[in-house]
Write a protein that binds this ligand. Sequence first.
Ligand SMILES: Nc1nc2c(ncn2[C@@H]2O[C@H](COP(=O)(O)OP(=O)(O)OP(=O)(O)O)[C@@H](O)[C@H]2O)c(=O)[nH]1
Length: 384
Amino acid sequence: MAVVLSLLARATPLPVPGLRAWVGGAWLVFVALLLLGLRDWIPPIASITLGNGALVLAYIVWLAGSAWHFGQRIDFRFWLAIWAVVLAVVTWFAYGAPSFRARVVIVAGLCAYIGIYHAYFLLRHPRATSRFGKSIGITLTTSWLGLLAAVYGLRALHASILPQGNSGLLTQDAIQIIYTSCFTICNLMLVIGFATMASDYVRALIEERSIRDPLTGAFNRLALRESLEREHSHSLRSQQKFCVVMVDVDHFKKINDEHGHLVGDRVLVHLCERMQTLVRSRDVVARFGGEEFVIVMLDTSLPEALQAARRILSEATHLGDTSLPSFTISLGLAEWSVEDGSIDALVSRADAALYAAKVKGRNRLEIAENPVPSGPPPVALTPT
Ligand SMILES: Nc1nc2c(ncn2[C@@H]2O[C@H](COP(=O)(O)OP(=O)(O)OP(=O)(O)O)[C@@H](O)[C@H]2O)c(=O)[nH]1
């Protein structure tokens, strides 16, 4: 399982935060099982102390991997201190006052605790839930973490109260064989869970990149077209109005020429961020190309859109404490009409209004002419 996860980590097209730690944890589980399995052939210090140490460390490293995956850090000093104490206590119960029962209760109890903590962390993390709900990887990982913690908990309880609990995992009795199988399956499924989380992450990132403009983070033209088509057919059914605003930076070429393209890029990023804060979160801000943006204001009539567009004209160019050169923008606003036969016709009207704003001196807002009815009215895409 460690080999498979390592190969997967090498094959991922994009770096996945936390994946290296998950790979490291899988190798530690492998080392731990090897050392514990070689109990009769290697010195107890290697088998008992290092074997249990590697096992506990594996679960801490897996937890750290999940925290990194979501851009967080665990308190390593705290966890390493716990690890060191457990190692010392296990060594004491191996040499000072030998007690297999005490070692099992301590190690299995701690592993159960880490498993529950890890599952709880994943379940409660706000970024673990996307707009599609919990990812398959997280569901899988938390389920198997819960099961693994339950098996460890049972093992600790069993060792502390029942006489058979005092026998080693590798003993040939039925209950120990069940424990060994459960540990193996849970650890294997956990590795599959981490691999699925990694692939969920890569897929989500690729999906996100396919609809976003890499410079500004605004939606790209593909996403814009999809959202316009969605709104257009929704409006054909419901007659609910929506508006399109075209925004263009005035004399942007001059900004590039005088300050350089990097400053020009920062102006675009700044403008985009400002516009996103000035519209509702469900409105769509997209980069149409170059220094031109399109905002789709969903379920919005002309008077409401006019208010928002005026706000954008006056406030989107505020520089705050940035070191950017001052700039202005021009806007063209068009309200969807049933006479717009297609979304291209609507966008063309907004573009024409933008052109009018440029011709009239820039740094202003123009409203598009009503569409000229041509031919029969468009047919609704789905029956009303
Ligand atoms: N920095 C930067 N510049 C870009 C980017 N995309 C396009 N441009 C530049 O934007 C400029 C657009 O210039 P024009 O189309 O002449 O428009 P303008 O200078 O804004 O003039 P008006 O729109 O008429 O006010 C060109 O110089 C492009 O090279 C980009 O991503 N980053």
